[in-house]
Design a protein around this ligand. Structure first.
Ligand code: GLU
Length: 299
C-alpha cells in the first residue's frame, strides 16, 4: 500500500488540506504502507519554493513526513509529454483554440452527470481548412482528450459508489504546460500509488482520470475522497473564515499538537488506538467537518 498527498505549492495549507493529508497518512500507517508527498507545481506562475517549504513545514509540525524524497511535477515534464504522445498515437488528442471566455460562453447548462465544467466541444471536429487557418493565425492551441462518452463507476472508500462521465479534458495547456488531470494520473502510476486519498472536490474529475488511466494502460488506484472542511456559513474553508492555517493558529497561541489533536478528533470513531496505528478510513464522517472559530475549537 502506498498513499500520497499532492498539494499545489500556491499558498499555505489550511485546516482542510491538513486534515486530508492526515487521513491519507493515517491510512498508509494503518496498512503499514508508505506515504509520499508530491508537489504539484506545474503552474510556475502560482507555485513557489517558499510555499513548498511552508507546506512541508506545516505537515512536519503535525507529524507528517514523506517516506521518500519529495517529487516535483515541474521536474517531470518528459514523463507527461510521453503520455501525451501515446494518446496522440491512439488518435485521442485534438487541438483546441478556444479562449476561456469562448468556452464559458458556449457552455450549456450541465446535463446528466457530465462535469459542470465540461468542454462544449467547439474544436472537436474542425475542418482541415479551419485548422490551417487557426494554425496560421498563430494562437497556440491547448491539447484535449477526445473522449467518447465513456462512463466510469468509482467505488470510493468514503463517498461510496459514484458514477460519472469523462469529457474532453485539457491534457496540455496552450503554454505547453501539461495539465493537472494528465500529470496526476501519470505520477500516481509511476510512483506506484495504490491509494489516492484527496479532497472531496476532486471526485467529479475522477472519471476523466479513469479514462486517461485506461488509455495509457495504467492501473486504477483505490480512491477515497475526503469531505471538505466548511465554515459555519456552509462554504468551503478559506481565508475569510479567519485563522485557518497552522501559522495563523500558532500566532494565536495554539500549538501544532493541539491542531493535530483537533484534526484527529474530527475523524471520530475511525481512529482507534493511535499507538497501534489503528484507523479505518471507511468509518470516517461522511459529512463535511465544520470549522467555526479558534476560540470555539480551542477554548
Ligand atoms: N494538486 C491538487 C490540489 O492541490 C490535488 C491533486 C490530487 O490529490 O489528485 O488540489
Amino acid at each position: 500500500m502506498r498513499g500520497r498527498f499532492a498539494p499545489s505549492p500556491t499558498g499555505p495549507l489550511h485546516l482542510g488540506n491538513l486534515r486530508t493529508a492526515l487521513v491519507s497518512w493515517l491510512q498508509a500507517r494503518a496498512a503499514a504502507g508508505e506515504w509520499l508527498v508530491r508537489m504539484e507545481d506545474l503552474d510556475r506562475v502560482t507555485s513557489s519554493a517558499e510555499h513548498e517549504s511552508d507546506q512541508l513545514a506545516a505537515l512536519a509540525a503535525i507529524g507528517l513526513h514523506s517516506d521518500a524524497p519529495v517529487v516535483r511535477q515541474s521536474e517531470r515534464f518528459a514523463l507527461y509529454y510521453d503520455a501525451i504522445a501515446t494518446m496522440q498515437r491512439l488518435g485521442r488528442v485534438y487541438e483546441c483554440y478556444c479562449s476561456r471566455r469562448e468556452i464559458r460562453e458556449a457552455a450549456q447548462a450541465p446535463h446528466g452527470d457530465a462535469p459542470t465544467d465540461a468542454y462544449p466541444g467547439t474544436c472537436r471536429e474542425l475542418t482541415t481548412a479551419r485548422l490551417t487557418e487557426l494554425r496560421r493565425a498563430g494562437r497556440p492551441p491547448a491539447l484535449r482528450l477526445r473522449s467518447d462518452g465513456e462512463r466510469f463507476l468509482i467505488d470510493d472508500l468514503i463517498a461510496g459508489r459514484f458514477e460519472g462521465a469523462a469529457d474532453d479534458v485539457v491534457i496540455q495547456r496552450n503554454d505547453r504546460v501539461p495539465a493537472y488531470n494528465l500529470a496526476v494520473v501519470v505520477d500516481d502510476a509511476v510512483q506506484g500509488i495504490t491509494h489516492v486519498t484527496r479532497g472531496g472536490d476532486l471526485l467529479a474529475t475522477t472519471p476523466r482520470q479513469r479514462l486517461l488511466q485506461q488509455l495509457l494502460n495504467l492501473p486504477e488506484p483505490r480512491y477515497a475522497h475526503v469531505p471538505l472542511v466548511i465554515g459555519v456559513d456552509g462554504t468551503r474553508l478559506a481565508k475569510r473564515h479567519g485563522a485557518v492555517t497552522l501559522a495563523d493558529l500558532v500566532a494565536l497561541g495554539v500549538s501544532a499538537e493541539q491542531v493535530r489533536d483537533l484534526l484527529i478528533a474530527s475523524l471520530g470513531d475511525s481512529v482507534g488506538d493511535l499507538a497501534n496505528a489503528e484507523f479505518r478510513i471507511e468509518d470516517m464522517p461522511r459529512d463535511p467537518w465544520v470549522w467555526s472559530s479558534t476560540s470555539q475549537h480551542f477554548g
